[in-house]
Design a protein. Structure first.
Length: 140
């Protein structure tokens, strides 16, 4: 695996534009949802079992994050908090790349072992996050 900076060719997907647009649209949709005081989504897993699922607290984490209450955000869902921090970094990168028409950062030449390790790391993080949520299920 290696990192490569390259200009986007006409046949490449513009990942930066697509995912920045999705991010902005999601924030706008969420803000509109809250402004209209629509009902919050409820977790069917929690409703059935009484225990949080692996993503429980992500909505409250996001709301706390957007209000600047980072300590509450990380307490609600640490993995969602890390994802939101990554999203902020990506959005800044994407905006800079798009405005400046700069080369794009790409991860290339993944080996099978590196792909396997990335999958194991993702599953491990999800499991650790779920264990954290289960240990603190009294908040839900």
């Amino acid at each position: 695996m290696r990192l490569s900076w390259r200009h986007r060719s006409g046949r490449d997907l513009d990942h930066e534009l697509i995912w920045l647009a999705v991010s902005i649209a999601s924030i706008a949709l969420g803000a509109t949802w809250l402004a209209l005081a629509l009902p919050w989504p409820h977790c069917p897993f929690f409703a059935t079992t009484g225990y949080p699922c692996a993503t429980c607290g992500a909505t409250r984490c996001t709301i706390a994050f957007l209000h600047g209450d980072l300590l509450s955000a990380i307490r609600w869902n640490p993995l969602a908090f890390a994802a939101l921090c990554g999203l902020v970094v990506f959005d800044l990168y994407a905006a800079i790349v798009l405005i400046g028409r700069l080369p794009r950062l790409r991860i290339v030449d993944w080996t099978i072992a590196e792909k396997r390790m990335a999958r194991i790391a993702a599953i491990t993080l999800l499991a650790l996050n779920w264990f954290y949520l289960l240990a603190h299920h009294d908040r839900f």
